[in-house]
Every structure is written in C-alpha cells, then in structure tokens.
Design a protein around this ligand. Structure first.
Ligand code: AMP
Length: 440
C-alpha cells in the first residue's frame, strides 16, 4: 500500500494551537469588555456571502475585489465568496433586519475570520481574524472621535502604545474636484503599471500604493484636505477637536485614503508608536461610510466603523513580552490511589468544579508519583490525595505543591478548606498533622 498523503494547512492558513489560546482569549475578552462598556451589541454574520455584496461596495477596482476574494459558484450556480471584510455584511444585516427602526445610532461589534487571497508573509495571512465596531445611523463628528478614543483605549488595554494616522477624504462632491487636480498632477509622473491603470479608474488609490516610484510621485501631489467643502472641513475639524480633549496621539496624514470605495470623510489607522507607518504594520483602521447602506438599497444612513487585525495584535503582545494570565490555569489537582478512592474522587472533582475551583485530574494514571508529576506540570497550588488509609479514616491529604508540606483534613471539610485557601472564603477547618501519603 502506498504511503498515505500527509495533509497540511493551506498556504496562508494556520492552526491556532492550545498554547496560543491564552493570547487570543486575552484579546477577545478586552474587545468584548470595551464593546460592552460603550454599549455595542454583538453581531455574527455568515462567513459566506454573495460576491456581489463586495463588488458593489468595496469596489470593482480595489485589490480586495480584483485579486483577493475566494470566489466560487455554489451548487445552485450562485456566485459566492468567503467574506473579505465585515463592514458590508454588517450593512447588509442592518437593512435585512430593519435596524433602521431601532433606536439610532445602532452600535454593533463583531469578531471572526475574514479571507483574502493575499501574498502570505510575516503577519499577513489568507485567513485572519478581525474584531470591529460599527456605528450606523449617526453623522455627528463626536461619534468619529469617540470611536477613535475607544479604539485607542482598547490598544492601551492590550499593553500596546499606539498612534493614529488620520485624514478626511471628503464627500463625493469635494472629492470630484480633488480627483481632477490629482489626475492632472500625476498624468506625467512615473508610476507603476497598476497605478497607470488606476489613473483613469481610481486615482485616489495611487495615494496608498506601496511602490517606491509612486510614493515619490505622490509626495508632492495636491492634498485632499485642501479640496474639502465647508461641511466636510467643519466635520473634520470637530473630529480633531474631540481628539484634542483626549489622550489620543494622532498625526494628520494627507495620503491616508484607505483602499475601499465606500469610505468618505474621516479615515484613520492605528500603528504602534515605535513602528514605521507602512500598510503592513497597521494594527487596524476604519472610517466613515455614509453612503454604503443606501448603495445597498437601504435608506440614507450615515455610519462609521473600525476593524482591527487579531493576529498582528497577538504578534506584538508576544514580541513585547507582555505577560498574560492563563485563564485555564488550574489551582487544584485530585490524585487517587485505588478503585474505591477513584470513585470518590470522580465526585469530589465535580463538587470542587461546581464550587468555582479550577481543578484537574489524571484518573487514568494509577501511581501517585505519575499523578504528582502531572500535577507539577500543570503548576497547580495544591494536590488532594485520597489513598486507602484516608478512605478508611474519612480524611484526605492536602499537599502544598511548592513546599511539599502535607496536611490531613476531614474529607467532608476539604471543599471549604480549599475554598478558603484559593478563593479566600472562610472555611474554619481543623487540620490534624503532617503526613506522608498512604500507598494503596
Ligand atoms: P483592513 O480591513 O484592510 O483595513 O484591515 C484591518 C486590519 O486587519 C489591518 O490593519 C491588519 O491589522 C489586519 N489585516 C489586514 N490584512 C491582513 C492579513 N492578510 N493578515 C493578517 N492581518 C491582516
């Protein structure tokens, strides 16, 4: 028989192994906490959506739609795609579920995988996780400021020092004039092949092209901020004034247009304070999308959102050596010697668990040495040992794993005693003596 093929994750995809989960849980809990503090409600949308949803909103000429979507026809012949981002699905859900009739603005948060057929490299994957916040049904600049302030707090709560790059790309009205002057300026400049094409279809995108010659070409280009109409300028000034009242460190960046078609007015991205502002380093970004809901057939609904990448945050937390408590760390191990003791320990394990004690066992092992070894590996504080002698006496041994000191307590009173030691709840239990564990 030929050797069976060994399967591996696809290029750009990865497993999140148990040893990494504490970082993921940490980030998830912080996102959830801040979302709740700021009254965001959670939404989960499907991973698979109609491809047209993104073609119509993100834009036909963007990298995401042009090159990066995992598109295929399903068995019914419908053109579907793994979602490449979450804002368009949230806007779809807003319309589909009549959220326009909810108290406005509607504030939603999400967490989940997105898929882009990108070139895999450090910190860049084809399946990656995003968390995000969307505020639909409000155009006030305070909403923009508050979203940026909240996201800033979130990164701080991960232990990361961040700065915000911010710009306004105006409304379709003021952008029209700007695009004219930008096109005129760039017409004779040296640009990469992609940007040559963009010049006629989507010149704004040239501003965030990574090619050296394009960066040089745009460095002298007119800035959109100078073309903003009065309302857009006023809106942007108010957003910045809101930030001035906070601890957010921000930099005006006239070239930050963000790649997607649906954005207008405020656009922003978060970077580590000590890292270069280059798109592969962005920790997250967002902006206003006042026309997206309407574009999808809904009523005019001004909105703004922010999406952050989880992998990059986890990477930076690890690189910076930020200490994270392992929530799965147990306090107590239950060791048993003999069949009768094991039966009693099965129940004891569950009783401890119900009392809120984090408890572990290795009931398939028979010898005490092996069990204590497991307990040591698990770094528990105490091991409870039930042998033949204790079974007869109606007692159990509490072993302090650090000092090795062992004490005997009444079996009936072991739970209050452990609760007192671990959770600080008063047990008042009589301890008899120090003793070696009995062998079965
Ligand atoms: P975007 O929707 O492109 O603004 O992405 C928001 C955030 O998601 C970025 O700032 C990154 O932190 C993260 N991100 C984007 N693309 C990738 C990728 N291919 N792999 C990992 N994280 C990514």
């Amino acid at each position: 028989m030929s050797k069976p093929k060994k399967f591996q994750t696809l290029k750009g995809f990865r497993d999140i192994l148990p040893e990494h989960q504490k970082f993921w849980n940490f980030v998830f809990e912080k996102v959830k906490d801040i979302a709740q503090d700021y009254s965001y409600q959670k939404i989960d949308t499907p991973i698979l959506e109609s491809a047209e949803l993104f073609e119509r909103t993100v834009g036909q000429t963007t990298d995401i739609v042009e090159k990066e979507m995992f598109v295929f026809k399903d068995k019914g012949g419908e053109k579907v795609t793994l979602r490449p981002e979450m804002t368009a699905p949230v806007a779809r859900a807003y319309i589909e579920h009549g959220m326009i009739s909810w108290p406005q603005p509607v504030k939603l948060w999400y967490w989940g995988p997105v898929f882009r057929y990108d070139r895999p490299q450090a910190g860049r994957y084809r399946q990656f996780y995003q968390f995000g916040f969307e505020v639909l049904g409000g155009s006030s600049p305070d909403i923009d400021s508050q979203l940026i302030i909240m996201s800033n707090h979130l990164y701080k709560s991960f232990g990361l020092d961040v700065e915000v790059q911010i710009n306004s790309i105006g409304c379709p009205g003021c952008r029209k004039e700007y695009i004219k002057s930008l096109t005129k300026f760039l017409k004779d400049k040296k640009l990469c092949a992609d940007c040559r094409r963009r010049l006629s279809v989507n010149p704004l995108r040239i501003l965030d092209c990574k090619e050296k010659k394009c960066r040089e070409a745009v460095s002298e280009a007119p800035q959109i901020i100078d073309s903003l109409c009065e309302e857009c300028r006023d809106h942007f000034v108010k957003v910045l004034e809101g930030l001035d009242e906070s601890e957010v460190v921000y930099n005006l960046n006239p070239f930050l247009v963000r790649g997607l078609d649906y954005y207008n007015r405020t656009t922003f991205e978060f970077y580590l304070s000590d890292e270069e502002v280059a798109s592969q380093n962005a920790l997250g970004g967002g902006g206003r999308y006042d026309y997206l809901v309407e574009q999808l057939g809904g009523r005019p609904t001004p909105a703004i959102g922010f999406a952050g990448g989880v992998e990059r945050v986890v990477l930076k937390i690890k690189e910076k050596g930020i200490k994270i408590k392992d929530q799965t760390q147990a306090d107590v191990f239950v060791a048993q010697l003999g069949e009768e003791a094991k039966k009693k320990c099965l129940k004891l394990f569950n009783d401890l668990r119900k009392e809120g004690i984090k408890v572990r066992e290795s009931f398939s092992k028979k010898g005490l040495t092996e069990q204590l070894e497991r307990a040591n590996q698990m770094k528990v504080k105490y091991t409870l040992i039930l042998g033949q002698k204790e079974l007869l006496d109606g007692t159990i041994i509490i072993r302090d794993m650090e000092s090795g000191i062992q004490e005997i307590v009444d079996f009936e009173k072991v739970i209050p005693e452990i609760k007192k030691r671990i959770l600080g709840v008063n047990g008042g239990v009589k301890i008899y003596s120090e003793s070696a564990p009995s062998k079965s």
